[in-house]
Design a protein around this ligand. Structure first.
Ligand code: NAD
Ligand code: ATP
Length: 281
């Protein structure tokens, strides 16, 4: 391992102190920082593309949003991500600050376990043209604004029509994203080692229209039928795009994955119990 990239939640003084300590403890490593952190530390400012190309491992200092940001920064590269929780929930950033240095030592010694997380490839098509193409760790959300009317979402799997959801929106989530917005919309919790896509309407007007768990290799298409103004596509809660009637959102499993460094002694269900307050065993 030569290059460690640190991605930190913005404006977080503790992250700045920890990043400096990581560099101090590992003088033989090249330690680089994301743009905002590099500015705070007075380290060289390096473009995201170069950070992604050079990273052998990534330390995330923040919450789930920061981890999603780091995964997006890496693009298609699958390098181990050590997620250290400086956020509020930290569902994916499960490593505590106290554990950071021992876990980092383990990773540098090649002694670590990685959870390989599925990503979705998402395309927004308008009039047959691809407007947006992106990779997603959590979810693709089609949703209406506060005052917009209920919209029609014509949905198919591998070209086979499923239904037209009359709903506030539709969520397409990965197993990782199953514990995020999808869960709030009534979707199932899916173990991250199961590859699938969870399709969930948001506040569907038909009571039998519930979440569907779809094999990951199937192509799901949602076409916005109504000329509803004020409808948006949100990718991983990070980027938003305005939608028009006729727009088609297409998702399928990405060939790329995200590697989260995990404590092999802490099961996914332990995290559920702790973070979602299900109580002790
Ligand atoms: N009603 C909702 O539940 C709702 C609404 C909008 C967005 N979201 C989620 O927020 C995500 C983006 O997260 P953010 O932290 O950048 O924004 P944020 O700060 O608005 O986060 C929303 C909450 O979701 C949690 N979260 C994020 N990913 C998670 C995951 N995979 N499992 C469990 N909890 C998770 C975060 O820790 C935070 O508490 C989106 O991908 C979407 O799933 C949820
Ligand atoms: N280095 C960064 N550059 C740009 N945006 C960032 C960076 N780090 C975090 N963000 C954004 O800042 C927001 C807040 O970060 P984050 O979600 O990690 O904190 P939190 O809300 O306290 O934690 P949690 O999501 O675990 O509750 C997220 O939307 C995230 O995408």
């Amino acid at each position: 391992m030569q290059t460690l990239v640190i991605v930190a939640k913005r404006d977080t003084p503790r992250a700045v102190v920890l990043a400096a300590e990581i560099q101090q403890r590992h003088p033989t490593l090249t330690v680089l920082a994301d743009r905002a952190l590099a500015h705070a530390l007075n380290w060289p400012r390096i473009e995201d593309r170069e950070l992604a190309a050079r990273a052998d491992a990534v330390v995330v200092l923040g919450g789930d949003g920061t981890l999603i940001y780091a995964a997006r920064l890496l693009g298609g590269r699958n390098v181990p991500i050590i997620g250290v929780n400086l956020g509020s929930l930290g569902f994916m950033t499960e490593i505590s600050v106290e554990e950071l240095f021992s876990r980092l030592d383990d990773v540098l010694a090649g002694n670590f376990h990685v959870d390989s997380r599925m990503k979705l490839s998402c395309r927004l098509l308008r009039g047959g043209k691809v407007l947006i193409e992106d990779e997603i760790l959590n979810d693709v959300v089609i949703n209406k604004g506060a005052l917009a009317r209920i919209a029609d979402h014509e949905t198919s799997i591998d070209g086979v029509p499923i239904t037209t959801y009359k709903a506030d929106g539709v969520i397409l989530a990965t197993p990782t994203g199953s514990t995020a917005y999808s869960l709030s919309a009534g979707g199932p919790i899916v173990h991250p080692s199961v590859d699938c896509t969870i399709l969930s309407p948001i506040c569907s007007h038909a009571l039998t229209q519930r979440s569907i768990v779809v094999p990951a290799d199937r192509t799901i298409r949602v076409t916005l039928k109504s000329e509803t103004a004020d409808t948006y596509l949100t990718l991983d809660g990070q980027t938003g795009h305005s939608l028009q009637g006729g727009d088609c959102i297409e998702v399928v499993r990405s060939p790329n994955r995200v590697g989260l460094v995990r404590n092999p002694h802490v099961a996914f269900f332990t995290i559920l119990r702790q973070k979602l307050h299900w109580g002790e065993r």
